[in-house]
Design a protein around this ligand. Sequence first.
Ligand SMILES: Cc1cc2nc3c(=O)[nH]c(=O)nc-3n(C[C@H](O)[C@H](O)[C@H](O)COP(=O)(O)O)c2cc1C
Length: 202
Amino acid sequence: MTSQIGHPVVVGITGASGAMLAGSVIDTLLEMDMPVMATASSAARMVWQEEMDESFGTALERWQDTGDFAYYQPGELTAPIASGTFPTRGMAIVPCSMATVAAVAHGMSDNLVRRAADVCMKERRPLVLVPRETPLHAIHLENMASLARLGVTILPPEPPFYLKPKSMQDIADFVAQRVIHALGLSDALPDDMRYEGPSGRA
Ligand SMILES: Cc1cc2nc3c(=O)[nH]c(=O)nc-3n(C[C@H](O)[C@H](O)[C@H](O)COP(=O)(O)O)c2cc1C
């Protein structure tokens, strides 16, 4: 039996709105000294360019500088994360488009994000999807329900209104902590991200 320590966390980024959420998940994992292997669909890069001040290329360089980060192109189906024999701690797809939700729900592994998710499901590893779309129609909901029944965590990026977040970055950081907790990589949320009852904090 081998230990999970040192195995990477896989992060897939897709072309749903919310590129900031992906940035926050990867930043937080690297700050926790968790090795990360990431891949992004071509739509993800398009959305990143629309929404972020830092270019995707600059973010990749910054993450690569930590030494614990590897990036694979979406067509790179020879990447280690495309095989179940390569050990990982699980995967988050953040943000997750409805196209990728549908593909994963139907076992369509036609890019590396989708294949790596399929691998997590077949190997019974944690898989967390952060779906972003509104409103949702019945096909979106049915696909997410199928995945939830298979043990996939569906974690919409809902703001913690009760914590009175001051910025979008606060919300993204909160969602990142929820994702990391759902992957089984933290025991609890940080103290300042927990609801402490109606009297508020001291
Ligand atoms: C600026 C922009 C924002 C988008 N936002 C969403 C979104 O929030 N949710 C979604 O499901 N698709 C969204 N899309 C559409 C997806 O990018 C599109 O369906 C794409 O094919 C998804 O491919 P992927 O899942 O491989 O990344 C958006 C597209 C653009 C250009």
